[in-house]
Design a protein around this ligand. Sequence first.
Ligand code: IVH
Length: 710
Amino acid sequence: MEHDLSKTKINDLTVEGARAELKRLAELLLTANRQYHAEDAPVLSDAEYDREKQRNQAIEARFPELVRPDSPSFQVGAAPSSGFSKIKHEKRMMSLGNAFSVEDVQEFDARVRSFLGLNSDQALAYTAEPKIDGLSLSVRYENGDLVAAATRGDGAIGEDVTENAKTIKDIPHHIENAPEILEVRGEVYMSHTDFQNLNARQLELGDKPFSNPRNAAAGSLRQLDASITKSRPLRFFAYAWGVLSAPLGDTQLSSVKTLSTFGFKINELTQRFENTDEMIDHYRLIERQRSTLGYDIDGVVYKVDQLDLQRRLGFRSTTPRWAIAHKFPAERAWTRLEGIDIQVGRTGALSPVARLAPVTVGGVVVSNATLHNEDYILGRDNSGADIRNGKDIRVGDWVEVYRAGDVIPKISDVDLSNRPEDACPFVFPTTCPECGSDAVREPGDAVRRCVGGLICPAQAVEKLKHFVSRGAFDIEGLGTKQIEMFYGDDVLPIREPADIFTLSDRDRTSLARLQNRDGWGPKSAEKLFAAIENRRSVPLNKLIYALGIRHIGENSANLLARNFGSWEKFEQAVTAAGKNHEIWEELLAIDGIGEVLASSLVAAFAQASERNSIDRLAQHLTILPVENTSTSDSPVAGKTVVFTGSLEKMTRAEAKARAEELGAKVAGSVSSKTDLLVAGPGAGSKAKKASELGIEILDENGWLTLVGDA
Ligand code: IVH
C-alpha cells in the first residue's frame, strides 16, 4: 500500500519519500495549471497552489539531486500570489478628513453648524475617541451569523477576508438579538506586546520582521491562508457600522454601546462632549496617554453624536461631513541631506526629492522627503514670502524631517551652523532630466514643468501608473512595478493606456510570450489578462479620472460624468468648448467646475497626440453611465436643479448636497438646460427667467415633498 506523504514534514522525508513527493507534486501542479483554464472547479484553490509549489521548492532545496526535469519550478515564474475575491460594500467605506490644529477643529465645527444652519450658541454634541492606527474592516451578520468580512479596498469594493476575520477573537461569530442585517465596522490592529513577540518569532524563523504594528496587522489579515492569520494576535475595535436592518440607537455613542452589548470591544476613551473646548481637552488627555495605551493611535476622531444630524450632513465624495480626524503633531528628527533628485510627474511637474541619511522618525525609517518645488528649496513659499527665515537648503546640510501619519515626510528646517563650507546653492534644472525638453514655469505657478507631454517617458509612465491606480482602472496585478516593466519592454510594450487592452491579443501572436518570462508563468499571465478583461467596461467617472488630466481629481470627474451622462456627450462638449463660446459657458455653469479646470480639460482634448491617445483608448472600452446605485428611482435623477432665494428648513449647502445625493445636477444659473427651479422668498431674476423659459418652479416645501423629505 502506498503511503500518503503529503502531510509528512519535509525534514522527516526519506530519499525515497522525497522522490515520491516530488513526483506527486509535479503531476498535481501540472494538472492544476492545465485545469486553471477550464471552467469547472479547479483541482486546487489559489492558496493551495501556492502552498504546494512552495512545498515542492522546499523539498528540492533539501534533495537537490532529486530535482525532476519536469519540475514545476522550471515553469518560469513565481507561484502567482493570487488575490482575494472581491466584495462590493453595499454602503461605501469612507475615510476621514484631517485637522492638524485647534483652529482646524473649530473650522470643522463651524462648517457643520453652517451646513445645518445652527448658530454658535445652539447645542451640538460630538463624540471623541482615539483614531486607531490599523486597517479598517467591515463584518456582516445575517440573522446574527457572521457571513462575510471585507477590507476597505477603494471604499466601494474590498477584499473578501471572511475566513481570516473569523480567526480574530474580538470578532464574534454569532450575535444574539442582532438586527437581521448588521454590518459592523472597525479597526483591526496589533498591540505593542504582541507585535514585539511576533517580530521575535519572525526573526527566529529567519523571516523578515514587520516595520510597525500596522504593517504587521495588515500583513497578517491579508493572508491567503487563514491558518497563518489565526497564528497572529490580531484585535478589533468596533466604532462604526454599514448596512443595518434596524437602527442601533439614536446617537453615535448609544449605537457604539449597543455594539458592545453584542460582544464587540469598543474603545474606553470614547466620550460625548458639548463643545469644542471639551473635545480639545479630551484630545490632550488622549495624547498624554498615548505612550501607555499599548497600541498605536495617530489622533482623535470627532463625530457628530446625533444620527439624524449625521444623516443630514451626509458625505463628500470620500469623507463624511460629520466627522474629522484630529491628528497628533508630526514626529520630527534631524539628519543629513545627501542629495536632491528631480522626479517628473504625470503632468510634467519637476518635483525635487530629498535623499536623506536614513533616520527613524516616529518608529519609521525615513530616507526620502519631498522638497515641494524650487522656491521651497530657496526658502520661499508659494506667494514669494520667506519661509525658514529665508534659509535655503543645500546638499550636505543638516535638515529637520517630519512626518504626520501616512503622508510623505517633509523638511521643516535647516541648521546653518552645521553647513559644510563647500555647500553650494542648489541649481534647479531648466530642462527635463528625463527627456531634455524645456522645463518652464508659467507665471504664478510655483512648479516648473516639462513641456515634452507624452514624448517624455517619465510623464508617459506616470500617466500609466495613474491610469491603473486605485480610484482609476485599478487593474489587479498591473501596478507600478509591472507598468515600469511593460513600458520598457520591446516585445510587448505598454506605452499608452490603449496598449493595456491589446496586450493579450499581442501576447497570443508573440514569439516571447509573457508566460515564459522571468517572474511570470501561465497562471499569472492568464490572471493578468483576465483582470484587464474585467476592466474593459468602465464607469464614465472612473474613465475621466483615469485620463490623468491636470486639475481633474475624483470629485471633478464625478461632477463631469454626472453632468454629461455619456462619453459621447462629454467628449463632444469638451471638444466643442474650445471653439464655441456657448458650450464653454455651459461647461463653466456646472457647479464646481471653474475656469482653471475647464481650460485644462479643453486643452487636453485639443492637443493632438493626447487626443489621439484618448481616442485609441476609448475604442477598446465599453463606457458605462456613472456609478450610482441607489438613485435610479429618485424623482430628480439626471435633472438639472437650480436653487434661488432663501431656504428656511435647510441651508443652501444642505439642499445642494441632498439634490446631488439623489442624482440631480445642481447648477448656479438658469438656462434652457434647467429642469427645475427651487425658489425661496426673495427669488429675483432667476425665477423670472425660469418662468419665461417655462421651467417648473417649486417652493421649498414643494421640493421637500418631491424628494420625500417633507
Ligand atoms: S470612523 C465614516 N473612527 O481611520 C467614518 N475611523 O482615516 C468612518 N480609523 O478608514 C471612520 N480609528 O480605518 C473612525 N475611531 C475611529 C477610527 C477610524 C481609526 C480609521 C479608519 C478610517 C481611517 C480614516
